[in-house]
Design a protein around this ligand. Structure first.
Ligand SMILES: [Zn+2]
Length: 635
């Protein structure tokens, strides 16, 4: 799902014009006070069939929803979620007994203990519009536009179901009857179009892939149908069907024509389009963003970004669905990152880097963890900075850790893993797959980026020392400001050192608050860049000095001196540093500096008291390095 803010206002006004009564609850808090819907954990749903008849003005639906399922252990009662504002007329089926419908729960009793059930629920009414709409009667101009957007918890506003992404049905049918002037669009393939005697038409859509109930959708309007094709082999192509409001078709064509290329890029990077036996399509609707309904994204905006975003959700969101909305970043972070993947493929690495930089700047404003603490809060689930931008940046960072080819291996393995393909996953599933490809633990990575907050703030200082010939030690000090959770961030970090003999990049594993790294390179270091690829979400200060620092004590000035002299000294690594004045017999006269110091250029003023005229020695020590200068005091 992707919300585009500019279009939200457009939609909001349009919605007013449509005269719907539920304008206020629509966006007010976006369901912040709701709690996670309780679903029946004793059943496993295998099939949904929706038969909906839409009436416009007065707006209402008449539905028969068939739900087939199994009991985890044999049972004689189960419940489905269904909004109370819909009236249930009857519940039928073999072995089906009485039912009750209260508190948005439809409880069905069986006549005898059974291991499975098949139930038909007959209901009618005006579905409430909760969350981002769930089910809306609206219009574009004079024409009706009726659509659903169930994510996260709105599916039971319009059909009885087990309202939890964890339980996918194996397949689905959606049959919609509407005025013949309109086209009804849904998931899967259009199997049949039936013209009825009462000036209505029935569209019979069939989805043959597993589907989460929030991904079942309808979109109904006076659509123009525009098609293009994705050729995925010499002989095979997938039809892309774009159902758009006719007055928009001309202006949308050029963007819609980009869809096959996006499909090619994602198929190459992520593996074949997941619903290749069916279709991919767009259905224009009245919400100011996009929603990745399975095989048919509902679209309020057709920018390349939104098109790429919703398309990529077919892999990450629809084929592999977050098991619950605590882990929504597995949908939204992946789709946001996919926008970057397409930008990189179509416009190059620089455009990718710029896109990621923008997302990083927003991700820095994320408050709280990427793991959604309160999955009952719709605004927390769909918090842009957290679930979308920081979630996307996390994949960018993972790519930085693993390198390109392993990263795409991980992305492919995850979406094709037998445990998760056409099923669901949580963060730990993705972590397990990433670790199995990477060959090392990524526990620190997921712990701090998914379950931790904020991002590292690095202070970088460094120096160099010649260790013979053209070999130099680089002394790098990495300090992190204290964070709350985690206290500091563990990350492998690339460090690039430019020398007269070329560039050297080393990877250091930064796993403490204050850490020094020493590495030997060929060539005199001229410049150092910490994380040159900008993979890490971070602030940094202190790297890239024009003059790298050598260990050195300068001659004091003035010299000879009275009453005072200034001593400049240069420290090239993080270490204990002392600057001491001795007389010619080696007696300590004054300790000017004695501290742990980071690399840098410093100076200190020496003003002796009651010192005899004569020669003195100033000695600078840093670790095993030592330098000294003679100085003369005149009374
Ligand atoms: Zn999305």
């Amino acid at each position: 799902m992707k919300l585009t803010i500019a279009l939200l206002l457009f939609y909001y006004l349009g919605f007013h014009a449509a005269g719907d009564k539920s304008t206020l609850p629509f966006y007010s808090g976006a369901g912040d006070n709701s709690s996670v819907i309780q679903t029946d954990t004793t059943i496993d749903v295998t099939y949904y069939k929706l038969q909906l008849k839409l009436s416009i003005n007065p707006d209402n639906i008449k539905g028969i929803t068939t739900v087939n399922g199994k009991f985890i252990t044999p049972g004689n009662s189960f419940f489905l979620n269904l909004a109370n504002s819909l009236t249930v007329d009857s519940v039928t089926g073999a072995n089906i007994g009485s039912f009750t419908h209260s508190n948005d729960v439809l409880r069905v009793n069986l006549n005898s203990l059974s291991s499975e059930f098949a139930v038909n629920v007959y209901y009618r009414g005006l579905p409430p519009a909760t969350g981002y709409g769930s089910f809306v009667f609206s219009s574009h101009g004079p024409e009706p536009s009726i659509w659903s957007l169930s994510e996260p918890y709105g599916s039971s506003d319009w059909f009885p179901n087990k309202n939890a992404p964890a339980d996918k049905a194996d397949s689905s049918d959606v049959w919609v009857t509407c005025p013949s002037s309109l086209t009804a669009v849904s998931n899967g393939l259009l199997k049949e179009t039936i013209t009825n005697p009462d000036n209505t038409t029935t569209y019979r859509w069939k989805g043959s892939y597993p589907i989460a109930s929030y991904l079942i959708s309808i979109a109904v309007s006076n659509y123009a149908l525009y098609k293009n094709y994705f050729r995925y082999s010499q002989t095979d192509s997938l039809t892309l069907t774009h159902y758009v409001y006719p007055e928009y078709l001309g202006s949308l064509k050029s963007n819609l024509d980009e869809t096959p290329e996006m499909m090619r890029v994602f198929s190459e990077k992520y593996s074949q389009y997941p619903f290749i036996r069916e279709k991919y399509g767009h259905a224009q609707f009245g919400w100011g963003g996009g929603m990745e309904h399975q095989t048919i994204s509902s679209m309020g905006a057709f920018t390349p970004g939104v098109i790429a975003h919703e398309l990529s959700h077919q892999w990450y969101g629809d084929k592999v669905t977050c098991r619950d909305f605590h882990h929504i970043w597995l949908n939204e972070g992946f789709a946001t990152y996919s926008e970057a993947v397409y930008i990189e493929a179509s416009q190059g690495r620089e455009a990718y880097d710029y896109f990621m930089l923008q997302k990083m700047n927003s991700a820095k404003n994320a408050v709280g963890t990427v793991y959604v603490q309160n999955a009952g809060s719709i605004s927390e689930i769909f918090n842009t900075n957290r679930s979308y931008y920081k979630g996307g940046v996390i994949l960018h960072m993972l790519r930085g850790v693993t390198g390109d080819s392993l990263f795409y291996d991980i992305m492919k393995s995850y979406v094709n893993d037998t445990l998760h393909a056409y099923g669901t996953a949580v963060t730990e599933d993705f972590q397990r797959i990433a670790e199995s490809k990477y060959g090392k633990s990524l526990g620190y990575f997921f712990y701090e980026w998914i379950y931790g907050e904020k991002y590292p703030k690095y202070r970088i200082t460094w120096g160099k020392s010649q260790v013979g010939g053209n070999s130099y030690d680089v002394n790098l000090l990495v300090e992190q400001a204290v964070n709350t959770n985690p206290v500091f961030f563990t990350m492998p970090v690339d460090v690039k050192v430019e020398t007269k003999s070329g560039d050297t990049t080393v990877t250091v594993f930064n796993n403490s608050q204050t850490q020094t790294f020493v590495f030997t390179i060929t060539g005199e270091p001229l410049r150092l860049t910490f994380d040159p690829g900008n993979f890490i979400l971070k602030d940094k200060t202190g790297d890239d000095p024009v003059e790298p620092i050598d260990f050195r004590l300068d001659q004091n000035y003035p010299n000879p001196f009275n009453p005072a002299t200034v001593i400049a000294y240069h420290v090239n690594k993080y270490d204990d540093v002392s600057l001491t004045v001795y007389d010619v017999r080696g007696r300590e006269i004054a300790v000017l500096v004695n501290a742990k110091m980071r690399p840098g250029n410093f100076q200190v003023k020496f003003t002796p008291v009651n010192l005899a005229s004569g020669i003195y020695f100033c000695v600078l020590k840093s670790g095993s390095d030592i330098d000294s200068k003679k100085m003369i005091y005149i009374r």
